[in-house]
Ligand binder design. Structure first.
Ligand SMILES: Nc1ncnc2c1ncn2[C@@H]1O[C@H](COP(=O)(O)OP(=O)(O)OP(=O)(O)O)[C@@H](O)[C@H]1O
Ligand SMILES: [Mg+2]
Length: 352
């Protein structure tokens, strides 16, 4: 296992994922690539690492001979309507370019002032202008969109759905024109499930799961950090391979008299979070269904909705509810439901 340095911190493993992405960007764009996976498993960090270290020759100087990379992370952007979407997505050469930091250069598509103005005034279609922009580029185009679900429920001129139009553009750029790689990230798998079930997008997309570290990797990482075999087992039992949870444990465990005490405290916190949500936001019926689901997760390692289940819709709605707040993780490809990370599953033991 490699532990590299990235942004002054450690960057653990992800060798296979990095190779996969490097190969992906080497090939001709034909499909949209969706990276999905549980909350905080490291999707954003992975793609940002690949952009900065593999697609750029020198990221600090913003130099890449081969790639024209546009990376838009909608997290934290206040997008409430189509105008704010335009403003967060495109800029113009008239804005003093020297002042644009790397993040802005990377995150915005630059149009000539006349095109920018015409798009803003709706005299030309944004998506046509974007296609034209990528067509003119002499490099391999790469567009990465993080937190795409933010675009849901936004309308263009109060009729066209922005997300649909945007995804149509992505299909056009990849499958039809082979003009630009499109990578889309989301941990909201309820949203991805809706997309996955749309025949047109299913045919034109590849879905790749980014997961927590597997057991071998987690054990190796803990070995590097000096943990004994017995401690590794205990940590795996409570935290699984969730990277930020492992890192937090390494930072905080000294505040507790034993490792076990630290881990028990974390489970108690997770249990309170789940319990609070159950009591505050769920009906008796929903709590009952949730308990059935987590019982099955504890027994089998996952829950899978049974076709015969007479309360299918009610079960699915509970799965959606707990997935939206990222306590459960629903995999739209396998239809399996698990805890969002091992700590939640450990807390389920105290809730059944
Ligand atoms: N490979 C890694 N090595 C070290 N730290 C990592 C790694 N991947 C992620 N992290 C750390 O874990 C935390 C969560 O990562 P990140 O935000 O990339 O996850 P995410 O899957 O994009 O989360 P979200 O579901 O919220 O979008 C960050 O603090 C990040 O620095
Ligand atoms: Mg992310």
């Amino acid at each position: 296992m490699l532990i590299r340095e990235y942004r002054g911190d450690e960057f653990i493993d992800r060798e296979k994922e990095i190779e996969f992405l490097k190969d992906w960007f080497e090939s001709v764009p034909k499909e949209i690539l969706w990276l999905y996976g549980p909350k905080s498993c490291g999707k954003t960090t992975l793609i940002e690492y690949v952009i900065e270290n593999e697609l750029f020759d020198d990221f600090m100087l913003f130099k890449s001979k081969k790639y024209n990379v546009k990376y838009i992370n909608f997290r934290g952007k206040a997008i409430s309507n189509y105008d704010s979407f335009i403003n967060s997505f495109i800029t113009s050469e008239m804005k003093d370019e020297k002042d644009l930091g790397i993040a802005i250069k990377l995150g915005m598509i630059e149009f000539s002032y006349s095109v920018y103005k015409r798009v803003q005034e709706r005299r030309i279609d944004l998506f046509d202008a974007l296609t034209e922009y990528f067509r003119k580029s002499k490099k391999t185009n790469v567009m990465v969109i993080d937190e795409i679900q933010v675009l849901e429920d936004i309308y263009i001129n109060s009729e066209r759905e922005l997300i649909k139009e945007f995804l149509n553009l992505c299909v056009r750029l990849t499958k039809e024109l082979h003009l630009c790689h499109v990578v889309i990230l989301s941990s909201n798998t309820i949203f991805i499930n809706r997309i996955y079930n749309e025949a047109k997008l299913k045919m034109t997309s590849e879905f790749k799961k980014i997961d927590h570290l597997n057991k071998d990797m987690a054990y190796e990482y803990l070995g590097v950090k000096g943990f004994s075999e017995e401690e590794k087992e205990l940590i795996w039992e409570y935290l699984g391979g969730c990277i930020p949870r492992l890192q937090k444990m390494i930072r905080k465990k000294a505040q507790f008299s034993t490792l076990k005490e630290y881990l028990e405290n974390e489970v108690e916190l997770a249990k309170s979070e789940v319990k609070f949500f159950m009591l505050k936001k769920c009906s008796h019926k929903e709590i009952e269904i949730f308990k059935q689901i987590i019982k099955e997760i504890l027994k089998k390692g996952y829950y899978c909705l049974d076709e015969e289940n007479k309360q299918k819709d009610e079960y699915m709605s509970v799965i959606e509810k707990f997935s939206q707040i990222e306590i459960l993780f629903f995999d739209p490809l396998t239809l399996k439901v698990t805890g969002n990370n091992r700590l939640y599953e450990k807390s389920f033991e105290k809730l059944t």
